[in-house]
Design a protein around this ligand. Structure first.
Ligand code: AKG
Length: 270
């Protein structure tokens, strides 16, 4: 479907006039995103470079039919692009993922700002475990679902991480992108490039606390079992998006389980 032709005629005219006036494509795309015309923005982007270079969610309808499941788009936001997708995982799939993490959870680590290695840090007090891509039939199924949702090849994703937050555990405000100014940026991004987007999947309901908060845009998404939260870590031109700062808020009551998938610009080989 041609998303630009689906716009009101006045908007179609606005695009043509601005292109003819020599307005940079990025400004036009930004305005389309700001107005919520995400599909038209993605379409204009793809016309520029042939290949869309950030993950893309088709927002034309409120339900999205994925190969093995229909999911519901409940919220979108820009900038940065944020989408909340309900019923992304079934309750059974959530329980199975939690079960597969049993006995494997260790203190979560962060990328060290000193040497780029992974290290424990006070800012991240969850426990977690990682699974290689395709580690189990269920993970393969979920990775295919993510590929279809985001129009992003599965090979450009890191392995799934399952995180567990007990009462008081949190992940303080941070970015998922790798800082281009970091002295080891080249080594860190050597494997698969930048982390362009993040998909979080809530595996449990949490009685109190445990939301994912975006302090720069005053947004907090509360955990709901089976719901996925996608956000982009870079702008559509590939530069880092400071508004993507986010935090896993402390769990006040209950237990939070989450699965995280980080999407890279290139094939990721661990
Ligand atoms: O726990 C959350 O809600 C956020 C997790 C997170 O920020 C991450 O895994 O990068």
């Amino acid at each position: 479907m041609n998303a630009i032709l689906q716009l009101e005629p006045s908007w179609q005219k606005w695009i043509v006039e601005n292109i003819n006036r020599g307005v940079p494509f990025n400004n036009i795309i930004n305005t389309l995103f700001e107005r919520g015309f995400y599909n038209a923005a993605y379409e204009l982007m793809s016309q520029q470079s042939e290949v869309i270079n950030i993950p893309y969610i088709d927002v034309s309808n409120n339900s999205i039919a994925l190969p093995d499941r229909t999911v519901k788009l409940t919220s979108t936001f820009y900038p940065p692009f944020v989408a909340v997708i309900d019923s992304f995982l079934s309750n059974k799939e959530c329980d199975q993922l939690i079960k597969s993490s049993e006995g494997k959870l260790k203190n979560s680590r962060v990328v060290s700002p000193i040497d780029g290695s992974f290290a424990d840090h006070d800012a991240r007090t969850s426990t977690s475990c990682g699974f290689q891509r395709g580690a189990t039939d269920l993970i393969t199924k979920i990775e295919k679902r993510i590929e279809a949702l985001l129009h992003w090849p599965e090979i450009r994703g890191e392995g799934l991480q399952v995180l567990h937050y007990e009462k008081g555990a949190e992940y303080r405000p941070h970015f998922d992108f790798f800082d281009p100014k970091h002295p080891n940026h080249k080594e860190i991004t050597g494997k698969g490039g930048q982390r362009v987007g993040t998909l979080l999947m809530y595996l449990s309901d949490v009685e109190s606390g445990g939301g994912t908060c975006f302090p720069k845009i005053n947004l907090e998404v509360r955990p709901k079992k089976g719901t996925a939260l996608y956000f982009s870590n870079t702008k559509f031109d590939g530069s880092v998006e400071p508004l993507s700062l986010h935090a896993g808020m402390p769990v006040i009551k209950g237990t939070k389980y989450l699965a995280t998938k980080w999407l890279r610009t290139n094939a990721y080989v661990s």
